[in-house]
Design a protein around this ligand. Structure first.
Ligand SMILES: Cc1cc2nc3c(=O)[nH]c(=O)nc-3n(C[C@H](O)[C@H](O)[C@H](O)COP(=O)(O)OP(=O)(O)OC[C@H]3O[C@@H](n4cnc5c(N)ncnc54)[C@H](O)[C@@H]3O)c2cc1C
Length: 257
């Protein structure tokens, strides 16, 4: 797999600390939702830094989307979120990974469980389902700090609510059907939960059992986020009766870690 030049053609902030990049890569071969790419930055002195980033949207000709969460003191994420200007180039290699992917042609029902920026590849899967007009049953369980940390607000904000930039407390349901889709969503805020909704706190195994689809041969579970979150959620799915072979995981730990 070769490195290809990728030009930044558009960008916007999802939250104050997460930025979505649209990159143009001439000759991009296409990808499946759930796959990721490697990104390479090269300093003027020739020093390289490489990191992995999930593809945030289904393939669209020569364009890909990534969403980068700024990690405190992070070498690459800090640059991509705060500095990388429109028109500049990086190098990209991919697509990578076939296991953590949902194929619109053959994928069945799915339970998607995200911790923080782990929503990125799961958003690609949700968007691909919508694009394919798939009627497969989907559930999304999304654990995050506060309403202000919600990515992809147009799609994932509870209907009729505008979470405040400070993580304030609009009255918002944490269980709803995704606008425009028949996907049931459950949001678990660990802090700053909307008033009148679930009290703030970590996602629990009981909530996973309640909000996931029941175990069945055609149900695949996709879990993505920081390593401890992924291990917790996968164990909760097994306790709820899901076959370990039906659980696919992607860990967003430090690259190489
Ligand atoms: C398959 C895969 C897909 C990924 N997809 C995404 C994605 O879609 N969006 C995204 O924002 N990130 C994603 N990541 C994480 C990403 O690759 C980097 O690890 C992250 O951007 C930090 O890189 P950095 O250079 O800024 O930090 P570094 O300079 O490498 O690290 C700075 C400090 O932060 C710690 N650190 C590094 N990475 C993380 C992390 N992920 N979580 C917590 N602490 C960390 C380090 O231990 C170190 O102390 C993915 C990782 C993998 C393996």
């Amino acid at each position: 797999m070769r490195w290809q030049p990728a030009e930044l053609i558009a960008a916007h902030f999802e939250t104050p600390s997460a930025r979505t990049l649209t990159l143009r890569i001439p000759g991009w071969p296409g990808h499946l939702p759930g796959q990721h790419v490697d990104v390479r930055l090269t300093a003027p002195d020739g020093y390289h830094a490489e990191r992995s980033y999930s593809l945030a949207a289904p393939a669209a000709a020569d364009r890909i989307e990534l969403t980068i969460q700024r990690v405190p003191d992070g070498e690459v994420s800090g640059y991509l979120v705060d500095v990388f200007p429109i028109g500049a180039r990086i190098e990209v290699r991919g697509p990578i990974g076939g296991w953590f992917a949902w194929n619109p042609d053959s994928g069945g029902a799915a339970v998607l469980i995200a911790g923080g920026s782990g929503i990125v590849p799961l958003a690609a899967i949700l968007r691909a389902r919508r694009k394919a007009r798939s009627a497969n049953s989907f559930r999304l369980i999304y654990a995050l700090r506060s309403p202000a940390d919600l990515y992809y607000r147009d799609e994932l904000a509870p209907p009729g609510t505008e979470p405040t930039a400070t993580g304030g407390s609009p009255v918002a349901p944490t269980e709803f059907v995704m606008p425009g889709d028949d996907v049931e969503v459950f949001l678990a805020f660990s802090r700053g939960a909307p008033s009148g909704a679930r009290p703030p706190g970590r996602l629990t195994a009981e909530e996973i059992a309640k909000h996931a689809l029941p175990p069945a041969p055609d149900v695949t579970c996709y879990v993505c986020g920081p390593t401890p979150f992924v291990e917790f959620a996968a164990a909760a799915l097994v306790s709820a009766g899901h076959d370990p072979g039906s659980i696919r995981t992607e860990r967003f730990g430090p690259t190489g870690g």
